[in-house]
Each structure stands twice: as structure tokens, then as C-alpha cells.
Design a protein around this ligand. Sequence first.
Ligand SMILES: [Ca+2]
Ligand SMILES: [Ca+2]
Length: 247
Amino acid sequence: MAGTDGNDYLVGTYSNDYITGKLGNDTLVGSVGNDTMDGGAGIDYAYFSVDRSKVNIINVSRDSSLGFTLTDPLFNVTNLQNIEHVLLNGKNYDVDDLIYGHDAIHRFFNKKTGVHFYTASIDEATTLKEAKDSDLRYEGVSFQASESETGTANVYRFLNTSTGTHFYTSSDVEKEAVQKLSTFSYEGVAYKAFNNSSPGTSPLYRLFNTATGAHFYTASEAEMSTVSKTTATYRYEGVAYWIYATS
Ligand SMILES: [Ca+2]
Ligand SMILES: [Ca+2]
């Protein structure tokens, strides 16, 4: 069963289906049976009339772009590919967050500016991955932010309009200082993180590139150490805030 290159609503049969949405933003409904649903390009939704607590999500590779399986209480196994959202009894879950357990932060490398970009939005990540002639190379889920646990702080996102690079901070003091700079445009709350060490969290290290004026963030102590040792233009600034490491 195949959709069009526009936005489609496709419902499977009671046997095993292969449903592909092709281009556009599609909603795919598997019904009973062991189905394969491929959303294709665009922002796609897979619908199941089951609660989150009743389904099992299996993603061995921990890479949503390689697909994952969802098992429901009736033991139907659905293989999902290129799906960005799963609707479980009407509640919308980002696929990357289901796979990782927390708010997955995607990392891109801009080949032109040499600066990294981070986003918590699977829609933004998918759109950037699918953009043609993009300078951005996808590097995967870098770390996980918090959903809404108590004790979390907002991480604010700014765009440097002269360089096209982004800056992230959880400090209200720093936010106010950056907002006074004419080159920075405030883009809103990027995600949530902890300003202090909290059970299960890891530090996110922040480095400043004196050549580009941009910041680099990593949860990997090895990467932080390598970058600061091998690249003379990087200056280690300390822990930005606390997040969940990917593994
Ligand atoms: Ca379509
Ligand atoms: Ca898709």
C-alpha cells in the first residue's frame, strides 16, 4: 500500500501490510497484523490505539533512522522506518525520545563554518537531514536533555546573525547579557537541563572556539579532552549544565 507524494492518511488491513507514505507528511495506521510502515521523507506519524505503557519499543542500534519495532499487547510486531512521531491512544511521542528514554538532542556539523548545531526537535532534525545541498552533516544523538523533571532549568537558544551559528545557555544571567548584544537573536527555549549534578546525569562540557567565536558542547570527556589538546583555538570553559549521556 503506497501513498502519494502529498500528505496521506493510510490505513492497513487485518493482514500483514507494507505501508509507505512516500513524500509529504503522512499518518499511517497499521491495524492488526505484523506491518511494516515506512513514512518516507517528511514528518510522519504512526498511529496505534494502545497506551504507551502497553507497548514495547525495540531499537537495537539506537538510531531511529535505521528503524525500530513496536510490539503491542496482542503481539503484533510493527516495523517502523522514517517515522518521526508515534501516536499512542492519541498522545504524541517523538520517536527519538521513545528510543532514548529522555529528550534526544541531535547534533549536526556545519562543514562551511566548522561549528556544531544542536536540536531537540526531531522535526527540525529531519528537515535539516533531508535538505538538499546542505552544509550540515548529521552526527547522531549527542546527548539527552530532561523532559520535565523537577529541578530543571531552561536552556536558551540564540542565533548569531553575523555568523549563522547558535549559542546555548541555561544561565539567566548569561541570557540577559547575550540579549543585549545586537548580533544575537533569541530563538526560545531549546530544551531543559540541570544546573547542578542530579542522579543519573553527566556534565556537558563547553568549549569556546576563539577562531570562530562559537561554542562547542560535548558530553564526552574524551572528546572534550581531545579537542582542547589538539585544536589550539579551543578553550575549555567548564561545565555548561548537566544532561543524560547517550550511553
Ligand atoms: Ca505521502
Ligand atoms: Ca519521515
